[in-house]
Design a protein around this ligand. Structure first.
Ligand SMILES: NC(=O)c1ccc[n+]([C@@H]2O[C@H](COP(=O)([O-])OP(=O)(O)OC[C@H]3O[C@@H](n4cnc5c(N)ncnc54)[C@H](O)[C@@H]3O)[C@@H](O)[C@H]2O)c1
Length: 388
């Protein structure tokens, strides 16, 4: 027969347990006096911390004014190992040449083998050291594998330039899903893989620099660039959050720089753009500014610089003003419907049984070379049709 817990000694034991638990809870619950004291200490600490922040901020502003007047201190880039993604063309190539002149060992990753060959040749012709690897940075396994090879063959990367980028240049509903995914994979997700591959060593040595080549399109939206802009907004956020995190964690020897240029001439990416009022940028000038920003450990470089003063106005003026300015500034981001198509195989989207008109057209287009004109012909201003 099982003992009844409500009778005899067992009942006493249970009661004692309950009483001691109640006592525990009572002693652990703060009294009103203790709660007031805690609140007071918390509030006082908040006020003190606020004044510390104000004093520190005044210090930073004065320091900045001093640097603006007398020049920022510049870091020496001699013997840094600089890895530039997308170094096989455009801005990446210009940066490779300049960093090599400053004494960096250059590593370039690109999917364009011929582009890599040309960059390596150019750098070596000037007496620089440059090694190129064919890496599709949109594939994280490839990035991690290539990072191990670079560590073995060249050494630990101390200056990482996340430069490779792509653009689709179509209205959202005309942009096939795989091009949207490509924009995010190349323009921002790859930054996570490359940074995760090389940041640990930078932290270990408390020495390193991660550069994000974003865009002015990472601060304002432009028609026909919905996927591009959103991936660049993400890249800007990546840089800022990473900078803060490194600071919070006390890794003060690892820096981040974000570069946000307006359209650059003749790199192949936005050669067609119809932009007004702000002149498109010379790639040589942009490359020089990027190098200066790296040397001065600038946090966020907007190119041209005067746009830094105009940008915050978008939060102040009504949308009609902001939108009106943006549509006049860039009447058409891609008038001829060209898609930046690095020399690579764009991954085929999965085939599926088609039933709707859009599906049939999408599959037809998938079986043909992916040129912009085909996409445009097929969808000609088809807001309302979804292109997969
Ligand atoms: N050109 C502009 O007007 C402009 C303006 C603002 C910002 N940017 C940004 O500057 C950066 C450089 O642009 P650019 O004008 O030199 O472009 P670009 O097209 O000349 O060069 C981009 C390079 O990235 C490489 N690349 C593309 N996909 C890749 C992948 N999956 N893996 C490895 N490499 C890949 C290409 O092969 C190419 O060599 C980009 O991030 C771009 O978004 C360009």
């Amino acid at each position: 027969m099982s003992p009844n817990p409500n009778n005899g000694p067992l009942k006493n034991i249970n009661n004692n347990n309950i009483e001691s638990k109640v006592e525990d809870i009572r002693s652990s619950t703060p009294t009103a006096k203790e709660t007031t004291l805690e609140w007071l200490v918390g509030t006082l600490w908040s006020i003190v911390d606020f004044f510390v922040f104000i004093i520190q901020s005044i210090g930073y502003i004065l320091e900045d004014l001093y640097y603006i007047a007398f020049g920022y201190p510049e870091k020496d880039l001699l013997n840094e190992i600089a890895l530039i993604t997308g170094g096989g063309n455009g801005l990446g190539r210009q940066l490779a040449e300049r960093l090599a002149r400053l004494g960096c060992k250059i590593v370039i990753w690109d999917i364009n083998q011929e582009g890599i060959r040309q960059t390596v040749k150019l750098v070596e012709a000037e007496g620089g050291k440059c090694k190129g690897y064919v890496v599709d940075i949109s594939k994280k396994e490839e990035v991690y594998k290539a990072a191990e090879i670079v560590k073995k063959e060249v050494g630990d990367v101390t200056l990482l330039v996340n430069n490779a980028g792509v653009v689709s240049g179509l209205p959202l509903l005309d942009t096939p899903d795989y091009l949207i995914e490509r924009s995010f994979n190349v323009n921002v997700l790859s930054h996570f893989w490359t940074t995760k591959a090389f940041l640990p060593h930078m932290i270990e040595k408390d020495h390193g620099h991660i550069v994000t080549i974003a865009s002015l399109a990472g601060h304002v939206g432009i028609s026909k660039l919905v996927d591009y802009c959103s991936s660049k907004f993400a890249a800007v956020g990546f840089d800022e959050a990473l900078r803060l995190e490194l600071d919070v964690l006390g890794h003060h020897g690892v820096f981040t720089t974000c570069i946000c240029p307006f359209f650059i001439q003749s790199t192949g990416m936005f050669d067609d753009v119809n932009a007004r009022w702000v002149p498109t940028l010379d790639p040589n000038v942009v490359a020089d500014k990027v190098i200066k920003a790296i040397k001065e450990k600038e946090k966020c470089a907007i190119l041209p610089g005067y746009l830094k003063a105009i940008l915050p106005l978008k939060f102040i003026f009504p949308w009609g003003c902001t939108g009106g300015l943006l549509r006049r500034l860039v009447p058409d981001a891609n008038p001829h419907g060209n898609i930046s198509c690095p020399q690579t195989v764009i991954p085929e989207p999965e085939k599926k049984i088609s039933s709707t008109k859009t599906d049939i057209l999408a599959n037809l287009s998938d079986s043909l070379p992916k040129t912009a004109s085909l996409l445009i012909q097929r969808t000609s201003s088809s807001m309302g049709e979804r292109v997969l």
